[in-house]
Design a protein around this ligand. Structure first.
Ligand code: 13P
Ligand code: SF4
Length: 321
């Protein structure tokens, strides 16, 4: 993208002085990318300077895992949270995968360990384990197949078994259970600290204020919140829905930066902002991105015996299409 087109994109969500402050770092990062043959993957929850300013590819967990698997770059800098960079390393064990802040975690990933999964497998012998990619490589290694919020129902239905253990997101598990005949055994402790904040009454209150409001939720919200919405899907499915929909007034029930980034992509639409911030995603700043490329830090590596097992579960998901 040429520099004036990029500035125009940034103008939709940043103030002029914010663009001026970000600009030298954006140029420096663009240059470092060329020098080091690096690709930058940016999750939809990155702030607009990181999302529009320096990403080669943007998207949801599924889309970015695919991009990570396909890339020919020598270095993958994953602007997102740790489990996402770890997934990139699982599918690309011989490449250098970096994250700008290794403390960028996830409340879902922190809710479960490989020991917990092994215990569940003993409790429900023979029942396959489906794990949402928001978990550690060790948990993925105990898994039959991974899923994301974009393909969770399809993944569950792809299994021949009448029951599945679905980990770790209890709300996503319940939302999937409403769309499949299979019995879903879930992990009650797994919640997204961002999406669990929303209550059904929040949506009803906003609907009273805005005529013709289209409400879009992420399936990490509770089923009661999802039931109040017009559409629920992964972060990229949200954007696709908006692109195809005539909706003019949109309430996004998800992380703050999603709305900021979509505002630049759909300037003709009006977004009602009721956002919640993910403190983990917000650890990734433009300055840390520059430092990550400059010093080639912080490398995300998975032990070979874990990587091999986790790869099977991730590849099985990617093969589903
Ligand atoms: P997506 O796969 O929908 O981008 O979700 C990832 C995530 O962490 C949402 O909270
Ligand atoms: Fe994890 Fe929720 Fe943050 Fe996504 S928004 S990274 S699920 S804590």
């Amino acid at each position: 993208m040429d520099q004036s087109a990029l500035r125009q994109k940034l103008q939709a969500s940043l103030l002029p002085h914010e663009i001026e402050m970000a600009w030298p770092l954006i140029l420096e990062i663009q240059e470092l990318k060329k020098q080091k043959n690096a690709v930058i993957l940016g999750h939809n929850y990155m702030t607009p300077d990181v999302y529009h300013g320096v990403s080669d590819f943007t998207g949801d967990s599924l889309g970015l895992a695919r991009k990570a698997a396909e890339t020919r770059a020598d270095i993958i800098l994953f602007n997102g949270v740790h489990f996402m960079a770890e997934t990139a390393s699982i599918v690309n064990p011989h490449k250098k995968v970096l994250i700008a802040d290794p403390q960028a975690g996830c409340s879902l990933a922190e809710s479960i360990t490989a020991v917990d999964v092994r215990r569940l497998k003993t409790e429900y012998p023979g029942v396959p384990v489906v794990t949402y990619v928001n978990c550690s490589a060790e948990v993925k290694a105990e898994t039959d197949i991974c899923c994301t919020s974009a393909n969770a129902v399809a993944v569950v239905n792809s299994l021949p078994d009448p029951a599945v253990i679905f980990l770790p997101d209890a709300y996503l598990a319940r939302n999937v259970a409403r769309q499949t005949d299979k019995e879903i055994i879930l992990w009650e402790k797994g919640k997204c600290m961002v999406h669990e904040q929303y209550l059904p009454g929040d949506i009803r209150a906003v609907r009273k204020q805005f005529q013709n409001l289209t409400v879009i939720t992420h399936p990490e919200c509770s089923p009661e919140v999802v039931a109040e919405s017009d559409f629920s899907g992964s972060t990229s499915q949200m954007a696709d829905f908006i692109a195809k929909s005539p909706a003019e007034n949109i309430m996004l029930v998800t992380e703050c930066s999603m709305g900021d980034n979509l505002r630049s992509l759909f300037p003709e639409k009006s977004f009602v902002s009721t956002c919640q911030t993910c403190p983990h995603m917000k650890k990734i700043t433009l300055r840390k991105v520059r430092d990550a490329l400059l010093h080639e830090q912080y490398e995300v590596k998975v032990a070979p015996e874990i990587q091999v097992k986790a790869l099977r579960a991730v590849e099985r998901m990617l093969e589903l299409g």
